[in-house]
Design a protein around this ligand. Structure first.
Ligand SMILES: NC(=O)C1=CN([C@@H]2O[C@H](COP(=O)(O)OP(=O)(O)OC[C@H]3O[C@@H](n4cnc5c(N)ncnc54)[C@H](OP(=O)(O)O)[C@@H]3O)[C@@H](O)[C@H]2O)C=CC1
Ligand SMILES: Cc1cn([C@H]2C[C@H](O)[C@@H](COP(=O)(O)OP(=O)(O)O[C@H]3O[C@@H](C)C(=O)[C@@H](O)[C@H]3O)O2)c(=O)[nH]c1=O
Ligand SMILES: [Mg+2]
Length: 296
C-alpha cells in the first residue's frame, strides 16, 4: 500500500514517514515546491505521478494566532487546497484521509463532542479548517475526515516542545487551566491513519468506513495539566522542568479565541475502524523521553 501525504516537514507527515515502514506501507511526502496548496496548480499532476493507493491530506496553515491576520492565506491552504487534493483523489479513484481539528467547535458543550455535534469555530483557523472539511466532502464521497487535537511530537513545533524550551530558562510558567482537550501524539495519529488507510483500501465500497471521525488521545487535560505532566516526565529524566502557575484564559491574551472545551469522543472511530488510542500521559512520557535523550 502506497500513501501520498501532503506536506514534507509537518508533525503528522514526519510521524507517517517513521511509522509507515514498520507497518509495511510506503509513504511519499509531497510538499512545497512540488505541491503548494496556496497556488491552484499542479496538485493533480503531482499526486497522479506518485500513483498512490490512498491520499492523506495533512498539510495545513496551523498558526492559530497568525491566521487572524492572514485569513486569505489560511483559507487557501486549509480550504481550497484540500478541496483540490480531494478532487485529485476522486480523479484517481482513491480514498482521501483529511486531517481536521477540534477548533471547529465553540467549546460550549459540557461534555466531549461527537461527530454530529454542531460546529461553530471561534477563529479564522477553525473557520478555514471547517471550510476544508466541506470542500473535501463535496469533492468525493470516498473520504475520511479525521478531527484531531492538541498534536505534539518530537518533530516540528508544538506545545510540548515549547514548554521544554521555555523551562530551560524560567523557573515558573503561567499556563491556562480553563481550556480542556485531548493531547494527541502525532505518532499515535500516524498509527491510526495507517490502520484506517488499510481498511479503506481493503473495502473500497464500504460506505460505513467513510465520513467524519474524531481521533484523539485517550484521557483529557487542561493545558496546565499537560504542562505539569511534561515537566514531571522531563524532571524524572534529568531534563528541563518548571513550576506551573495555573491561570485563566482571561489572564493570557491571544489574538485568536480558543474553545474552553474541545474534548472529542472517539467512540465512533473505535467502533467502525477498530482504532483505540493510547492514553495521552503514556505517549507524552515517550515523546519527552526521546527529546530529553536527544539533548543529553
Ligand atoms: N498541530 C496541531 O495541534 C493540530 C493539527 N491538526 C491538523 O492536523 C494536520 C497536521 O498537522 P501538523 O502535522 O501538526 O502540522 P504542522 O504545522 O506540523 O505542519 C504543517 C504542514 O503543512 C505544510 N504546509 C503549510 N503550508 C503549505 C502550503 N502552502 N503548501 C503545501 N504544504 C503546506 C507544511 O509544509 P512544509 O513541510 O513545507 O513546512 C507542513 O508539512 C493539519 O491538517 C492540522 O490542521 C489538527 C488538530 C491539532
Ligand atoms: C506557550 C503558552 C501557551 N499558553 C496557552 C495559550 C493557549 O490557550 C494554549 C495552547 O497554546 P498553543 O498556541 O501552543 O496551542 P494552539 O496553537 O492553540 O494549539 C492548537 O493548534 C491547532 C493547530 C489545533 O488544531 C488545535 O487542536 C490546537 O492544538 O496554551 C499558556 O497559557 N502559557 C504558555 O506559556
Ligand atoms: Mg500553535
Amino acid at each position: 500500500m502506497r500513501l501520498a501525504v501532503t506536506g514534507k516537514t509537518g508533525q503528522v507527515v514526519t510521524a507517517l514517514l517513521e511509522r509507515g515502514e514498520a507497518m509495511g506501507a510506503e509513504i511519499v511526502a509531497l510538499g512545497r515546491p512540488e505541491i503548494d496548496l496556496s497556488l491552484d496548480r499542479s496538485v493533480l499532476d503531482t499526486l497522479a505521478a506518485a500513483s498512490p493507493d490512498v491520499i492523506v491530506s495533512a498539510a495545513a496553515y496551523t498558526a492559530v494566532d497568525k491566521a487572524e491576520t492572514e485569513a486569505d492565506r489560511a483559507e487557501a491552504v486549509n480550504a481550497r487546497g484540500p478541496g483540490l487534493v480531494a478532487e485529485a483523489a476522486a480523479a484517481l479513484n482513491v480514498p482521501v484521509i483529511h486531517l481536521s481539528t477540534d477548533y471547529v467547535f465553540d467549546g460550549s458543550k459540557p461534555s466531549p463532542y461527537v461527530e454530529t455535534d454542531a460546529t461553530r469555530p471561534l477563529g479564522v483557523y477553525g473557520r478555514t479548517k471547517l471550510a476544508g472539511e466541506t470542500a473535501v466532502a463535496a469533492a468525493t464521497p470516498n473520504h475520511v475526515i479525521l478531527r484531531t487535537a492538541w498534536v505534539y511530537s518530537p518533530f516540528g513545533q508544538n506545545f510540548l516542545k515549547t514548554m521544554l524550551r521555555l523551562a530551560a530558562d524560567r523557573p515558573e510558567l503561567r499556563v491556562v487551566d480553563d481550556q480542556r482537550g485531548n493531547p494527541t501524539s502525532a505518532l499515535d495519529i500516524a498509527d491510526a491513519v495507517l490502520v484506517i488507510a488499510r481498511n479503506l483500501f481493503d473495502r473500497p465500497d464500504d460506505a460505513a468506513l467513510r465520513g467524519v471521525f474524531h481521533l484523539a488521545g485517550t484521557g483529557e487535560a487542561s493545558w496546565a495539566d499537560f504542562a505539569t505532566e511534561i515537566f514531571a516526565a522531563s524532571a524524572a529524566l534529568g531534563g528541563p522542568s518548571a513550576g506551573v502557575s495555573r491561570i485563566t484564559t482571561a489572564d493570557y491574551a491571544t489574538p485568536a479565541r480558543r474553545p474552553a472545551n474541545s474534548r472529542l469522543s472517539t467512540a465512533r472511530l473505535q467502533q467502525v475502524h477498530g482504532v483505540t488510542m493510547p492514553h495521552w500521559t503514556t505517549s507524552t512520557r515517550s515523546v519527552v523521553e526521546r527529546l530529553v535523550a536527544a539533548t543529553a
